[in-house]
Design a protein around this ligand. Sequence first.
Ligand code: CO
Ligand code: CO
Length: 556
Amino acid sequence: MQRSIALGHCVCDPQKPCPCPVFKEKDICECAGERLPVKSGTVRLTENVRAAGCASKIGKKDLKEILSGLPDIDDSRVIVGRSAGDDAGVIMLDESTATVLTVDVFAPSVDDPYTFGQIAAANSLSDIYAMGADAQAALSIIGFPIHELPPEAMREILRGGIEKMAEAGVSVIGGHSINDSEIKCGFAVTGTAPAGKLQKNTGAKFGDVIILTKPLGTGITSFAGQIGWADSEDITQIIKSMTMLNKRAGELMRKYNASAATDVTGFSLLGHISEIVKNSNIEIEIDFDALPLFSKVVDFAACGALPGAVERNRESVAPELIDFTTLPECLQNILYGPETSGGLLVFLTEDDAQKYIAELKESGNDYARIIGKVCSESTGGKIRVKSAGNLDTDSIRLRKTAKFKARVQASTESNAGDNQSSCCDSGAESSCCSDTNNSSNAAQAEATQSCCSGGDDPRESTSQKQRNLPAPAASSEFSGYMAAVNKSGAIDVKNKKLMALALSVSHKCAECVIINTEAARKQGATDAELSEAVAMGISFGGASANMFYQQLVNNR
Ligand code: CO
Ligand code: CO
């Protein structure tokens, strides 16, 4: 403290002045070991992170650029190095045994500390199993905001990890911790494999079929959980899969002598499989309809609940490598979804594949499926994704988006009581409905959305610019939804605009009233019709809607 005061800079954090704001306001010097009260009670881990799970990885494209200028490995004992982009590095310390090394660290994708530790351990071990190796020992790596969150949460994370490692027969023999602003945990794992028995991300051949041992959609489902769309059953489903070890899947892969293998994690199914396809110079066909998927992944994807890593993963796979034929874009996104502790991707002959799946089932894994096959040799590689096209994603989007949003609204209202949500709540085009005096309820949520006009681009509205408000995430999906709802259907556009006007009045959204009055006029609505629509709105909104409308008229 004396040194800090003399310097005018905190000696623990040179970017802070001394005395620092905490000292001035609270008379507490953290450098002298004095502590602000730490949050107590249950900690929800995902509230303390930006990108959950393997979605917190740096994109493959950025990574490639960064790694490109680094010195080459100059050690003849290294048989799988950085440039291979494989699951783990391999060094031959003697002739008989390959030593396999890997490290994986990420931010929580679940709220419970113990579960997070279990997932981190299963995920770190997976790279060892993906190489067909046996895990031998592990070191933990943990970042934790020790001055902000209760230390018990950190212990629980480690306990979850150590117990999952023990299930795999692996001891955590040490580790490293960092006082970090964001929670992170992972493990460095060392494994071994008999020489010549490694399963690499190359060597797949014509005639192989492709097996995936866990469902896709952990990243999309946990993102849907973070925005309140997924329910506890959805989260339980992905946790069950993320905490499941790939140990047996790896052992069986060695038994049946797979021609190539990897595990599916942050870079997505296509990100990981594309490496094998390029390295092996093969053309493969993936059957979308055969993919194991978590139960609501299609719904979430169709309605646009997608984490940012989807775009990063899409950018990192060369477009000329992929042929989606007729698969709609929202379903393509599932194949670019970041996975946390995902399954193994195994290339086997058809005969062995059936035996592999049957034996894996005996060990309690019901997820494994054949998802495609190698069709031919092809220089540079090619991936075709086919689907019978039985999924009507437009109708899913129409039916489910409002439902998901109503869920969020219901829960925010039960949390906040008399809250001030705008009529186009979270993630929507809030600018056209920026007057937040309304208080809609869950049952009305479906209807409230029509107070925004779909056709015009409200993201460009001057009011938003003037107020310097951020653009909502995923708003393009919502625009798509709005455009679909606003189209002429069983009800024509003019009558839809009149309905929107009535709803705008009852929801007391000033800008919505103005936009929808103009829109209805454009469609040929007469003054008499407009006035009746307003009256409908007032009749449902009651005295306060009447007051709101009178004020709006008087102020113009
Ligand atoms: Co991997
Ligand atoms: Co990894």
